[in-house]
Design a protein around this ligand. Sequence first.
Ligand code: NIG
Ligand code: FE
Length: 346
Amino acid sequence: MLPGLIDCHTHPVFAKPRLIDFEKRIAGASYEEIAEAGGGIRSSQAGVREASRNMLADKVSFAFRAMLRHGTTTVEAKSGYGLSLEAEVKSLEAIREAAKYWPSTVKPTLLAAHVVPQEYKDRPDDYVRLICEEIIPLVAKRKLAEYVDVFCERGAFTVEQAERIFTAARQHGLDTRAHVCQFTPSRLSGLLAHQAASLDHMDCVADGDLRSLASSDTVAVLLPGANYFLGHKEFPDARRLIEAGIAVALATDYNPGTSPTVSMPIVISLACTHMNMTPAEAIAASTINAACALRVQTQKGSIEPGKDADLAVFDVADYREIAYWFAWNRCAEMVVGGELQGFSKD
Ligand code: NIG
Ligand code: FE
C-alpha cells in the first residue's frame, strides 16, 4: 500500500488525439518543426474552441477515472488549448465540472500562455497583456484556477513574458509554475524570484542554476513520458538534480501532443529505467515530492495521522515491482478520503 499517487502535471482538456503529428514524427519530423508548420499545440485549439463545455468535461472525466485506476488520487489539471478568454474559461469550467464527479482531489491551473494563438502571431505582447489584464483577473475572481503556468520556450513565451504573467498571477493571489528547459535552455533566476511552486520538464538546466534551485522551495517536475513519446534518446538528468540537493517530482504530462498516458506507474518505471532513479526515489517523487510541487504536503503525499486517507493498493509482493512490471497496471484497490473505491480492473 502506498499513499495515493499524485500526478502534478497534466493537460486533460482537449478534444482529439493528434494522430497527424504522431505520424509526421514517425516519418522523422521533430516536435518543433511540426509546431512551426501549424501542427502542435495550435492544432488542438480548434477542437477545444468548437467543443461544448459538457463535451470537454466528459473527456476530462474519462481521463480522471483512468488515472484513478492507475493509483492517482490527486491530479493537477491545466487548461491551455483554448487560447482565448472564452475558451480558456470554458476549459477550466470543464475541469471543475469533471472534478465534481471524481472522488479525488483536482488542482486546476490556467495555462493560457501555452502558445501565442494565430490571431496574435504578429503581436505576442498583446496576447500577454490579454492574459495579465483580462484572463487572470477573471479566472481569479471566479476561483477557476489555483495556479498560473507558462510555457517558456523558443516559439512559445520568453522568460521575461513569463515574469510579467507571474507578477499578474501573484497580484491576484494565484501560485505559479512553468514549463521550462524542455527543448532549449533558459536561465531560471527570474522564475525562481517569483517563488514558482514548480519548474517542469527541466531537460537542460544550466549548472549555474542548480544551487539557487536547491535552496528554493521550488520543485523540479520531470516528465519522462514526453521524452519517451517524442522518441528522444535523452531523458532529464534526474541524478544530477538529486545530487545537487534539488527536490524532484514526477508526473505524466498527460496531453495529446507529447505524452498521451494517464499512468503514473509507467512514469515511475521510465524514471528507473531511463533516468537511473531508484524505485524508492521514483515513488517518493510521485507522492510526497509531488505533493510539495502542488503545495498540498500538509494533507497529501504520505500515510500519516492527520493527512487525508488517500491510498493505492498494488497487487505486488515488493514495492519495486511497481516499477518493474512496465505498462502492466498492478493497482488493485484505491481508497480516497478513507473510502474504498469500486472499480473493475482492466
Ligand atoms: O508539456 N510543452 C508544452 N506543453 C506540453 C505539450 C503540449 C502539446 O504538444 O499539446 C508538454 O509537453
Ligand atoms: Fe506539459
